[in-house]
Each structure stands twice: as structure tokens, then as C-alpha cells.
Design a protein around this ligand. Structure first.
Ligand SMILES: Cc1ncc(COP(=O)(O)O)c(C=O)c1O
Length: 370
């Protein structure tokens, strides 16, 4: 059946929606196995936790599944309470989303209208662009500096039409972290400019470098900051779709106006509470990640590939051969990585750090095909 949008619909549909580039997700394992007629494929493409969820989170899912016929509590009060205690804020500073993606969309809904500007780094997570365009906003994309967001140039790009500014720390897809004093300068530069600073900390729990700034340290002193975190990465719950934002209560109240009721399902809420209470699993996940990174860097460097220093659970590298071809060859070997063409970095591949045996299989396949 034709997948073309018919002319009548093109004339009727919001031009903003039409202009949105379609999100390109990492290829699912089942699809690759089906297409290539293979089994045992490994997905190192979407920065998921290779250890899976904590056993406590899985128990919570089983305990709660019998209540699946009941709507969840709309705003997730118990989880918001747990998060509030963790950060030393009140629960009305916390909003839950169906993934942190959804919170980005809700923030754009609140702030962005036709021709409003949203600033973010040129090579970054595609949702920044998608949520901006969805509401008719203009994307102001600032080139990276040393593979990270160029905070000075981003601040200088602010105009009276700027509504939002996205910074990810660590940055995706490169894994770099931002400098504390540069971040503080950005906070100062954006103060009283009518701009909301969205600090995307999806990979923050993986950071081992000691002086990396965190949104929570600045929340009290500022009025224009929200930080976003997720249970999809180190907490291993990507399949349940749950993330959260922390900000001053006035902003959370506004976000709640556009939040669909029951946006976060019952099992996601229950498992996230359990996952938060299992910090041993988080520590173990961090250890597996650090060990995997050392192994991957050693091998990528030995093969002569430029690998960007990452504080997250993935490594972006520039192969000496064509990155698109390398991606396809790895796929044939049953190894799914991410070609960074859709991030505007066509010469780079990003690999998620896996379990030891997955990392070994990836490197062996890389040696065979490159
Ligand atoms: C930088 C960044 N932010 C946010 C997300 C989305 O996380 P979630 O699964 O909570 O929607 C991702 C997911 O890959 C990401 O890379």
C-alpha cells in the first residue's frame, strides 16, 4: 500500500508537522535477525543498559501487574516523593514523563509558538529539533566545539525570540561533558533573558569525572532551569518509558497543564521506585560500563580509529574507512551500532558499551570488516 501522504492531506496538515524529520531509531534486534536470516544479533545502538533492569524492579513489575486494569495514579505521587527526597526538593518540583522525550515535548508545548527560536547544538539528540518544529519554532543550531556544546556561542545566539535552550550533559552522541564554570556563565548569561534552560542529563549517572556540574546544584538559585533525567539508561527501564524533570514548582504546574493524564503507566511507576532503591544495581552498571569503555578504547585506538573521550555509556569513533559502509558490514555480522549520519556526523559510528562478551564480539567483527 502507498505510504505517500495524499495531496488533500498535505494541504490540511499542519506545515510544522509536515516539516518534521522522521525520527530514526536504532534498528531493533528482531528486525535485523528477520532481514538477514540470522540469530544472536547484538544491539549496541541505543545506549540501553546491557545488564537489564534491577531484580527489584522486575519484582515490582510482577507484584503490580495484577492491577493493570486500573488507571495509574495520574501524576505518580509515590515516585515523585522518592525523587524529591533524593534531590532534597519538594514533590511539586518533579514531573514524570513517558520517557524524558515527552517532557521535552511538553516544555516545547508550553513555551514555543510560531517562529519562536530554540537553541541547541548542531549535532545532538533529534528530539530537540522535532519538538521545536512541532510547535512552529525555529531551530537555531550551534556547531559543536571539541565535540561538545559550545555554551558561549549558544548564549550569544539568544535573541528576544528565543524561548528554550537545550544542553545535554553528557552530550549525545559524543559523550563529552560540559565545564562547570562555562555552565555557570551560561546560567548567568541566560538569566533575565526570557529563556528556559533545559539541561538534559539522560546519561548523568554514568559520569565518573568528579567536577561535572549537575542541575540540582543550581535549581534553588535560578528561576529558568529544568533538568531532565531518565530511567531508560543506567536504570535499565527503556522499554517501560519513564523519565522525569525537576524544576521550580511554577514551571512544573505549567507542564502539568499540557501533560496527558495517566501519561506514565502503572508498571513504569512501580518499577522506577524499586529501581531507585537499588543503587547497588546502578553501581554495578557503572562498573560494567567503565570496564567496557577501557576495553573498547584500547582496541579502537589500536586499530587507529579516532575515538571521542566519553563520560557516558557509548563511544563515538571515526573509522578509517567509510562509516556508512562499516555500519552495513557490521549489521551483516549481526552487530547493530549507530551510524551518526542522522546526527550530522556522517563520518562517525557510535557504539553502546555492552557486556564484556558483547564488546569482544563487536571488536572481533570490527576487525573482520574494517
Ligand atoms: C540525550 C538524550 N536525551 C534523552 C533521551 C531520551 O530518553 P527517554 O528514553 O527518557 O525518552 C535520549 C535517548 O536516547 C538521549 O540520548
Amino acid at each position: 500500500m502507498s505510504s505517500e501522504i495524499p495531496d488533500w492531506a498535505k494541504r490540511r496538515i499542519s506545515p510544522y508537522v509536515l516539516s518534521i524529520p522522521e525520527y530514526v531509531p536504532g534498528k531493533p534486534i528482531a528486525e535485523v535477525e528477520r532481514e538477514l536470516g540470522i540469530s544472536g544479533a547484538i544491539k549496541l545502538a541505543s545506549n540501553e543498559n546491557p545488564l537489564g533492569p534491577s531484580s527489584r524492579a522486575m519484582e515490582a513489575i510482577i507484584r503490580n501487574v495484577g492491577a493493570a486494569h486500573i488507571y495509574p495514579e495520574s501524576s505518580g505521587p509515590e515516585l515523585r516523593q522518592s525523587l524529591a527526597e533524593r534531590y532534597g526538593v519538594s514533590p511539586d518540583c518533579v514531573v514524570l514523563g513517558n520517557g524524558s522525550d515527552e517532557i521535552m515535548q511538553m516544555l516545547a508545548h508550553v513555551f514555543v509558538g510560531t517562529d519562536d527560536e530554540v537553541i541547541f547544538p548542531e549535532n545532538s539528540f533529534s528530539m530537540y529539533r522535532i519538538v521545536t518544529r512541532l510547535f512552529g519554532g525555529r531551530c537555531v543550531m550551534v556547531p559543536l566545539k571539541n565535540f561538545g556544546p559550545d555554551l558561549k556561542v549558544m548564549a550569544a545566539a539568544i535573541t528576544p525570540r528565543t524561548r528554550l535552550l537545550f544542553v545535554s550533559n553528557p552530550h549525545s552522541p559524543t559523550g563529552t561533558i560540559i565545564d562547570r564554570s562555562e555552565f555557570e556563565d551560561l546560567l548567568d548569561a541566560t538569566q533575565n533573558k526570557g529563556v528556559l534552560l533545559i539541561l538534559d542529563e539522560a546519561y548523568r549517572e554514568y559520569v565518573e569525572m568528579s567536577d561535572c556540574p549537575s542541575g540540582i546544584d543550581y535549581l534553588e538559585k535560578t528561576d529558568h532551569l529544568i533538568f531532565l533525567r531518565t530511567f531508560s539508561k543506567i536504570y535499565g527501564l527503556a522499554g517501560l518509558r519513564i523519565g522525569y524533570g525537576v524544576a521550580k514548582p511554577w514551571l512544573i504546574r505549567l507542564v502539568n497543564k499540557v501533560r496527558p493524564p495517566f501519561n506514565v503507566n502503572l508498571l513504569a511507576q512501580a518499577s522506577a521506585i524499586a529501581a531507585l532503591n537499588d543503587q547497588d544495581h546502578v553501581r554495578k552498571s557503572r562498573e560494567v560500563n567503565s570496564r567496557g569503555k577501557i576495553f573498547l578504547y584500547e582496541n579502537l585506538n589500536a586499530m587507529g580509529f579516532d575515538a571521542i573521550a566519553s563520560e557516558a555509556n557509548f563511544i563515538a569513533f571515526r573509522p578509517t574507512c567509510d562509516a556508512g559502509e562499516l555500519y552495513s558490514e557490521l549489521l551483516k555480522e549481526g552487530i547493530i551500532v549507530r551510524h551518526l549520519k542522522s546526527f550530522g556526523l556522517p563520518d562517525y559510528i557510535r557504539v553502546t558499551v555492552g557486556l564484556d562478551d558483547q564488546n569482544t564480539k563487536f571488536i572481533e567483527a570490527l576487525k573482520r570488516v574494517s
